[in-house]
Design a binder for this molecule. Structure first.
Ligand code: FES
Length: 315
């Protein structure tokens, strides 16, 4: 595992209703902060011990600081509430920036689609595209203007390429099909937002080549446990072991309970650390990281399950 960074929370500033920006700088004993590319995220270890990923939203060309934006989720899991309870001066540990959502390299045309707080990695991408003078379109959908962060920055960066849609001002849903039918067919689509938006973009872009579609979930919409979940057996092909997975636990929990060494990080199906190759059996996918083409042969152990009674994996 890469060495953890020591980060001091330097400032917390409001960015929109319910959304704050958290600026981190090098903490005690920390050397220069590693650089990051657009689309990268930090994995912060919060004081309670939970680990949460947040996309970096500042200009990737800035050195010496990391900025993340976090929405206070009233009903959310502990991460957002805990972040909003932090005060400047607190020191956190973090994994170095990692990137599962890289920006398509030049000269590919780019279409950015952001929903709500999912705008965070999109802002970093807009910084890079503007710096490189690459033309791009940026569609930002939010519930209302007051809940939309970074509006001024996005106007500066995207100029006439910025399209805003606010649910409370618009007459209906945003016309994604119309957007895509008018888009450059060579464009790479980068989308980050809530699950319904991602699904809508996927549907609207059904005819788009898969390698031109890039998605990032800012929170896992899937639930690791659902009513009616059945126990099943995980067959570990390499170590020739069988692990029983109970109805109320995830495969990852069952493996750890049995002392099987598995890499994991977020435990909520968003980081991709626990992706494991499936050798036999069908998976009930509940994660937010696998691309459609990866689903046939992989499982995200921290949240997905077997569809049948047995699943053989490469462990
Ligand atoms: S641990 Fe992050 S996806 Fe499973």
């Amino acid at each position: 595992m890469a060495e953890l960074l020591s980060l001091t929370l330097a400032a917390v500033t409001p960015a929109a209703e319910g959304i704050s920006l958290f600026e981190f700088r090098a903490g005690p004993g920390q050397g220069p902060l590693p650089p990051f590319e657009p689309g990268a995220h930090l994995s912060l270890m919060l004081p309670s011990g939970i680990e949460r990923q947040y996309s970096l939203c500042n200009n990737p060309d800035e050195h010496g600081r990391y900025v993340v934006a976090v929405k206070r989720e009233a009903e959310g899991r502990g991460g957002s509430r805990e972040m909003h309870g932090l005060v400047p001066g607190q020191v956190l540990r973090s994994r170095p920036p990692a990137n599962h959502f890289p920006l398509a390299p030049a000269p590919a045309p780019v279409l950015l689609i952001a929903g709500g707080i999912g705008v965070t990695p999109i802002v970093a991408m807009a910084h890079r595209l503007a710096r490189d003078r690459r033309p791009f379109r940026l569609v930002f959908l939010a519930r209302s203007r007051k809940e939309a962060a970074f509006l001024d920055t996005l106007r500066d960066l995207a100029g006439a390429g910025l399209v805003l849609h606010f649910d409370d001002e618009a007459a209906g849903f945003y016309d994604l099909a119309g957007l895509l039918s008018g888009a450059d067919p060579a464009a790479h689509i980068h989308c980050c937002g809530p699950a319904p938006l991602m699904e809508a973009v996927r549907r609207a872009a059904a005819s788009w080549p898969e390698n031109q579609l890039h998605f990032e979930f800012f929170a896992n919409a899937a639930e690791a446990h659902a009513e009616g979940d059945q126990p099943f057996t995980l067959i570990l092909a390499r170590s020739r072991r069988e692990v029983a997975v109970g109805a109320a636990e995830t495969p990852l929990e069952a493996l750890l309970r049995q002392g099987v060494d598995v890499d994991y990080s977020c435990t909520e199906g968003t980081c991709g650390t626990c992706i494991t190759r499936v050798i036999e059996g069908e998976v009930d996918h509940r994660d937010a990281v696998l691309m459609p083409g990866e689903k046939a042969s992989n499982i995200v152990l921290c949240c997905s399950r077997a569809k049948g009674e047995r699943l053989t994996v490469d462990l």
